[in-house]
Design a protein around this ligand. Structure first.
Ligand code: NAP
Length: 246
């Protein structure tokens, strides 16, 4: 399915690599101007080159999502330059550590919560008025099966993703009567740096490429989304309704 995102402004966090990088590229290919955020300037510049190569355009915003004032300032800058935001992809995230809960260092736990949860809330707060100024705002929030499966040793990450889903569903309820549509997506195991950190013994070639995941996510940025507050999982390059485990 091809989607026309001409004249749309899309903000993607965690755009320097992995799922965020390829989602930003797909959005740009569909015609959106991409505001690409992450800390790694080299990764953002590589994305910029890739976007230019397909005839698209991007604005690079290198910053650390732990900087809450920078998140607030980003909303102000987007308002001044474009007056609206059509698409938010809240994708940036960290795994933290795979460890028994009682052994997790406080600074690691706090970092996972800061980047995955607090920054997502702060981003929502910063850009919600801009999404409301768009004709049909779309927010796509990256979650994980870890939010529900709560595997042993994945405590900080699981707790953070459960919190992110709760934020997304709450926000969807609050904005149900508006044109904004909010979706959470569990991309499933994907060939990225985060997955390699979590599963160092796994052969990455057995996993879907983030490009395929990004192409599957793309329709959630488009006009056909009617429901809000839904959680999808990606299975075999398809968006599937999530069913809670028994
Ligand atoms: P990744 O390859 O590790 O990329 C993570 C992105 O987040 C990078 O661009 C990174 O950029 C950015 N980021 C991390 N900390 C940041 C910070 N403090 N400030 C700003 N940006 C920061 O991860 P991924 O696998 O693509 O994951 C993307 C999303 O999918 C995450 O929310 C993850 O939880 C979710 N997910 C992934 C999988 C999987 O198997 N890969 C499965 C389920 C869910 P910089 O380091 O340049 O800042």
């Amino acid at each position: 399915m091809s989607i026309d995102l001409k004249d749309k402004i899309a903000l993607v966090t965690g755009a320097s690599r992995g799922i965020g990088y390829f989602t930003a590229l797909e959005l740009a290919k569909a015609g959106a101007h991409v505001i690409a955020c992450a800390r790694t300037v080299g990764g953002l510049e590589e994305l910029d080159d890739a976007i230019k190569a397909v005839g698209g355009s991007a604005t690079l915003v290198p910053f650390d999502l732990a900087d809450m004032n920078a998140i607030d300032a980003l909303g102000g800058s987007i308002f001044e330059r474009w007056g609206k935001l059509d698409i938010l992809v809240a994708n940036a995230g960290v795994l933290g550590v795979i460890s028994p809960i009682g052994h997790v260092e406080a600074k690691v736990f706090e970092k996972v919560m800061t980047v995955n949860v607090t920054a997502t809330w702060r981003l929502i707060r910063s850009v919600e008025p801009l999404l409301m100024r768009a004709d049909a705002g779309r927010a796509i929030i990256l979650s994980s099966a870890a939010a529900h499966r709560c595997r042993p040793f994945w405590g900080p990450y699981s707790a953070s993703k459960a919190a992110v889903e709760a934020l997304a569903r709450t926000w969807a309820g609050e904005t149900q009567s508006t044109a904004l549509r909010i979706t959470s997506v569990d991309p499933g195991a994907t060939r990225t740096a985060m997955r390699a950190q979590a599963m160092p013994g796994e052969d990455p070639d057995t996993l879907p490429h983030p490009r395929d995941v990004a192409q599957t996510i793309l329709p959630l940025a488009g006009p056909d989304v009617t429901e809000t507050g839904k959680l999808f999982v990606i299975r075999e390059n398809k968006l599937v309704d999530y069913r809670m485990p028994e």
